[in-house]
Design a protein around this ligand. Structure first.
Ligand SMILES: Nc1ncnc2c1ncn2[C@@H]1O[C@H](COP(=O)(O)OP(=O)(O)O)[C@@H](O)[C@H]1O
Ligand SMILES: [Mg+2]
Length: 264
């Protein structure tokens, strides 16, 4: 499916949301697609990944959402075939500003959806990076996305968090966005040598599949190499070193996403 809007969402931080967003952008761009990343997290890490300082942007997603600034005027190019609608600390005020002027908006969950109109036509793939919680920002993302990819870090309590996010997505779909699909769950920061990881992974995989969702066979292993590509080359791994064994995990993940068959 082209012109697809994929949100990378979960209610946790540090589970590779930004890494997946930016690396998948690299993979789709390498496949010849025109890709847009929309960063909705006030940490602005998508811009950081491409070596930029998000606080230096005069205008960001905040201006688009709150002041109705056309997104095309705010979007910047960050790599070949990859554009970015950046986010920075301004976004910290988004929820407060919108909710204190609630009467000025017809639907506070549809602000991003409104801005997306002209963008859907312009890009083959739009990837949305999200904050680590389920607030108004995440609501705006889930109200416009076609699909949601859920990263999950196997640890003792991750089953609880996975259950919550899947339930939240299901409820959100019913109330605000009928077309929203769960693309699947991808395990991240996996250390195969740890028995706990193996056990939790198996439990979560069974749970995800029993609920009719897809659990990707490809996972992203724990490795310091990924962070060093960002630090030294100021690019995600799939753009800095597309032929490396580490980039291969993301290329495989996209292969799996694009294949219709569920091969669990
Ligand atoms: N495969 C990996 N193994 C270990 N650390 C990683 C890996 N990929 C990325 N990292 C690092 O893990 C941290 C959290 O990743 P990030 O994508 O920012 O998570 P999130 O967006 O969910 O908060 C970052 O410092 C990142 O550089
Ligand atoms: Mg992030």
């Amino acid at each position: 499916m082209k012109n697809q809007v994929i949100a990378i969402s979960t209610n946790k931080g540090g589970v590779l949301k930004t890494s997946i967003t930016t690396n998948l952008a690299g993979v789709f761009a390498a496949r010849g697609e025109k890709v847009l990343i929309i960063d909705t997290d006030n940490q602005g890490n998508a811009a950081v990944t491409f070596g930029q300082n998000p606080d230096e942007y005069e205008q960001t997603l905040y201006d688009v959402l709150v002041d109705g600034k056309p997104a095309e005027e705010v979007i910047v190019n960050v790599a070949e075939n990859v554009d970015l609608l950046a986010c920075n600390d301004d976004m910290t005020f988004f929820e407060f500003d919108v909710l204190t002027h609630k009467d000025e908006y017809t639907d506070v969950f549809k602000l991003l959806d409104k801005a997306m109109g002209p963008l859907r036509e312009k890009y083959d793939r739009i990837l949305i990076d999200t904050p680590p919680n389920l607030g108004l920002t995440q609501g705006n993302v889930l109200a416009t996305a076609d699909a949601v990819l859920i990263p999950f870090h196997p640890e003792k309590y991750s089953m609880r968090s996975l259950t919550k996010i899947l339930k939240a997505v299901r409820e959100f779909k019913e109330q605000h966005n009928e077309k929203l699909e769960v693309l699947g769950v991808v395990a991240t920061l996996v250390n195969k040598r740890t028995t706990l990881h193996k056990n939790v992974m198996m439990m979560c995989r069974d749970y995800v599949m029993a609920n009719g969702f897809r659990f990707f066979k490809t996972n992203i292993p724990l490795s310091v190499q990924f962070a060093s590509a960002v630090a030294f080359e100021e690019k995600p791994m799939t753009i800095a070193q597309p032929g490396s064994e580490h980039a291969a995990f993301y290329f495989e993940l996209v292969e799996e996403i694009m294949s219709d068959k569920i091969k669990n």
